[in-house]
Design a protein around this ligand. Structure first.
Ligand code: 3UK
Length: 543
């Protein structure tokens, strides 16, 4: 890969840096929760679930208890605390409690495999893992391979015996025994606050180190001006809190304006989404294109469920096809704002705005961020031409933990390479044109073709496999596999089904190839590298 030259940083008057107005001594947890109490929001509801409501006062007290409990376990400033939790008030309390003592929470995706957790726990050297008791079950056999972990703290839901797990502690008991007042750690606005892991095309996930000021930037630049979020709002995010997208939607956005967040611990199926909307009456709903398409596919949803509380919807994770936008608007009378964000930049930096939506586009630059579209040499391309999208903005992570080369290849001074191909039209809207790597976004989540190919090849009948993206009837990208069988093996629909099942169980379900085509051979370079672009062209599939 050639490293592009830095484009000149366009220091326009629209560029504001919210972090520069923060005091040097700054702690994101005390700023947000202490700030909420100082603003007189103590009795407002911060987090709603089907079973309970937590006020801001309760959340602040529980976060302090969590911070004190972690300190009592020996956790010090800068040490990592991994969270393997469902969306819940406990997630909020432990996330902010860890930040308050200067420790660094790392929310982990609850849908991964044991070996993924093993990597992230050892890469981060987390001292404490706070986990759902049912999720810990699958990790417990790996306990001996996690040398940095000193304590495992479990959240028992649904009345399992809290003492059932030897060698673990119980979060409820720890919180119960801890003081509700806390001396916050003397962090600065540029200290690490939390990490989020982001997966790549090859190699291991990368820990994006986010700083104390980053959440403040996203709330000031995006949530307040673009979403026009106020204390009257109730947010509901289908994307979970462990995703960068969900963390803003369901935690620090609502809390930064005195609003409420609905936390739903389960899988957000189209049915569940409608039910939560009808029961909890959120005003802003955050989804991904696949979910909007699936909700639209439920024939009489608009008649069965009351969606009248919604004033705004948001889509991110992958491009929202114009057709889905239009059908949703027609059916439910609410706009969907499509915007592009990333784990590295923490939240959305290019977005549509209310009343000026350009369906099918990602919208315009969020004021406070800068964008440049450059060629392979790093030179800006003329307006209307496709190039690599670079973004400058103060919510960008400081580094990938322990991955110096990857950090240097991605973060170029003020600019970060998004890995996305974009063009900007004459009116200023940005249009997504695919990735510059072979990565796919499926249901808003990463799929590495290399990983799916490896899973296919691990099936006895398979000799070789290549995976590319292909659009389904809704214009949403799903994996398609081209498979070469071993001599003597015969293609069949049953074998195709077996291969799909095999990928679903070897990897996580959303990664399985929706179409399997058996071929005699794969196009390759002289050095044996699969030419995925030829497969995309030959079979008229798009990224
Ligand atoms: C793609 C989009 C077209 C694009 C995310 C915070 O998705 C988020 O973070 P990830 O790190 O992925 C980032 C990549 O996903 N992408 C995201 N949104 C769009 N492509 N249109 C979109 N609207 O390739 C980007 O580089 O998982 C993180 C907040 C919002 C988010 N979507």
């Amino acid at each position: 890969m050639t490293t592009p030259q830095l484009p000149p940083h366009p220091l326009t008057s629209t560029v504001v840096n919210p972090a520069s107005t923060l005091p040097t001594d700054y702690n994101a947890a005390t700023a947000l929760l202490g700030g909420a109490l100082a603003a007189g929001w103590g009795e407002r509801i911060a987090v709603r679930t089907a079973h309970e409501n937590w006020t801001y006062a309760r959340l602040a007290a529980e976060a302090n208890r969590a911070g004190n409990a972690l300190r009592a376990l020996g956790v010090e400033m800068e040490q990592r605390v991994a969270l393997l939790l469902y969306d819940s008030p406990e997630f909020a309390a432990t996330f902010y409690g860890a930040i308050a003592i200067g420790a660094v929470p790392i929310p982990l995706n609850t849908q991964l495999r044991p070996q993924d957790y093993q990597y992230m726990l050892n890469d981060s050297r987390a001292r404490v893992l706070i986990a759902e008791a049912d999720l810990w079950q699958q990790l417990a056999p790996l306990r001996r391979t996690l040398p940095f972990l000193r304590h495992i703290v479990l959240v028992h839901r649904g009345g399992e015996a809290a003492s059932a797990e030897p060698g673990t502690l119980d979060l409820a008991a720890l919180l119960h025994g801890a003081r509700a007042e806390l001396d916050p750690a003397p962090t600065t606005r540029d200290d690490a606050a939390f990490w989020l892991y982001s997966s790549g095309s090859t190699g291991f996930p990368k820990g994006c180190v986010h700083l104390q000021h980053d959440m403040h930037c996203c709330a000031e630049l995006y949530a307040k001006p673009i979403l026009e979020l106020t204390a009257d709002d109730i947010t509901f995010s289908a994307a979970k809190l462990f995703f960068a997208y969900g963390l803003g939607n369901g935690l620090y956005f609502p809390l930064s304006v005195g609003a409420s967040a609905v936390h739903f611990p389960g899988r957000v199926t189209p049915d569940a989404a409608f039910q939560v909307i009808a029961e909890q009456r959120p005003t802003v709903f955050f989804g991904v294109p696949t979910l909007y398409a699936a909700m639209l596919a439920m024939p009489s949803a608009a008649d069965h469920y009351d969606t009248s509380s919604l004033r705004l919807c948001v889509s991110a994770g992958e491009a929202l096809p114009a057709d889905i936008y239009r059908r949703w608007h027609e059916r439910f009378g609410v706009e969907i704002l499509d915007g592009i964000g990333s784990t590295e930049i923490l939240h959305i930096f290019i977005s549509n705005v209310r009343g000026q939506i350009v369906p099918g586009s990602s919208g315009r630059l969020v004021p406070g961020y800068d964008a440049a579209i450059v060629d392979e040499q790093g030179q800006p391309v003329p307006r209307g031409e496709i190039g690599n999208l670079l973004i400058a903005g103060d919510s960008t992570c400081s580094q990938y933990w322990n991955k110096h080369e990857r950090t240097k290849a991605t973060i170029l001074g003020q600019w970060i390479q998004t890995g996305d191909k974009y063009y900007q039209d004459e009116q200023g809207a940005y249009w997504y044109c695919g990735r510059s790597d072979d990565m796919l976004k499926v249901s808003g989540q990463w799929v590495s073709p290399v990983e799916v190919e490896a899973a296919l090849i691990s099936y006895p009948a398979v000799l070789e496999a290549a995976v590319v993206g292909r659009e389904d009837a809704d214009g949403l990208v799903k994996p398609q596999a081209f498979v070469v069988l071993k001599p003597g093996e015969t293609p069949s629909d049953e074998l195709a089904d077996a291969l799909k099942q095999h990928v679903k169980t070897t990897l996580v379900p959303h990664k399985y190839p929706r179409w399997i085509e058996f071929v005699a051979e794969l196009p390759k370079t002289a050095t044996g590298k699969i030419q995925r672009y030829k497969l995309r062209e030959a079979f008229a599939v798009t990224q």
